[in-house]
Write a protein that binds this ligand. Sequence first.
Ligand code: UGA
Length: 453
Amino acid sequence: MRITVIGSGYVGLSTAVCLAACGHQIVCVDVLPERVASINQGQVPFYEPRMPEMLSAGLSSGRLRATGDLGEAIVSSEVTFICVGTPQAEHGIDLSAIATAARQVGAALRHTSGYHVVAVKSTVIPGTTDTLVRQMLERHSGRTVGQFGLCVNPEFLREGWAIDDFMHPDRIVIGQWDEKSGQVLTEVYRAFECPMFFTTLRNAELIKYTSNALLATLISFSNEIAALCEATPDTDVREVMRALHLDHRLSPLVNGKRIRPGILNFLWAGSGFGGSCLPKDVNALRAYGREQHVPLPLLDAVMTINANRAAYLEQLAEKALGSLSGRRITVLGLAFKPGTDDLRESPALTIIRLLLDKGAQVRGFDPLLTTTPRSLNIDARVSLCATPEYALREADAALVTTAWPEFAQWDWAQLCRLMRQPVIIDGRNVLSEVVWPPATRYWSIGRVVENGT
Ligand code: UGA
């Protein structure tokens, strides 16, 4: 099928390269000329594993190209996915990019004669597609919905796993204006074997938010239980959560096998959730609740617990070192999670700010981020180090803020020798299997903290 994808961020470009791999003919549209040029040259404008290979495969097969000309793309396609950003605004989310895209798609539809389906992939609050998007499309195309198709098709991919998640989805949710619209998307996804879930436009919009709100709730829940464990001798939040996960309602058996609960199963206590999606989506849902006069105390608490994580970690550092003034603290991990270089809403940045406010000298290390703090929009007082040895030399403490699995593979016996004092605060519980040299003080989340252990 011939498909236009508007917006070439994580969601748009993942959609484009994966659908091209399924045999569809894809045109990516973006308002940024440099982004269009970089896609056509096979350069992925952000870090995402497997994306460069997928993009070059799409380009060399002739099934993928990018353009800035939305009208030209639409007239030669049957389906358009809207994948533009919906950033956080003061009261809810900013829908201006969605409105612009819908207006331009509507105007382009005037010059088409065939049936065309517009599918919103961007995360939007319930009712947006049925009101704003539909109105824009109808007004500018001169047609009424039904003459063109309208769907909501949310995306559930994770940064760092975008290609795998897109190609092997748990489910494909299709909110449809009418059956005819949904049928066209069934064709788009004919190569996929997962369940297709057909529903209303508003349900599909709400499913996306509900999904992220549940993940955020699980994380704050595990952080709340972690706090209880820290006050209760002989408990360990990791043990509690591992056993909890074995409940068949959380980890069902698949072909007689249970997927082993792991670090990314969303009950892993730590420094809290960040990124461009979970915090934004929970806040958007809360704003929607306020607008509808529906109190959402659970989601309010989820955000409050999350916001308190950074202060808690800074306080742990104070507990370990006393005054932080002049202390050298190495923050290990800057991205909001492992497998990405994305700093958006990263808990590490909030923790760094608090440490600097207390007068600490902060050094940072992240496997994917080795440029200058300024270019990353990080406080210029932070020195970014290219190697763990450089980062930890003469440090008074190391504070782990991102769950990079490779941290556990380092030679900690040697690294601890380089430190001024071997104090390790593991804010992500990733170093629990490390055998520490004597005299190391290793503190982790969700266990009683004992001085000198
Ligand atoms: C999230 C969802 O997982 C995706 O399903 C969704 O499609 C995506 O948002 C989106 O809306 O586009 P992502 O933002 O890539 O994906 O990040 P996650 O893997 O969900 O991690 C979010 C944060 O939670 C990270 O800071 C991570 O460190 C933290 N986390 C995760 C924990 O603290 N504990 C856990 O057990 C799991």
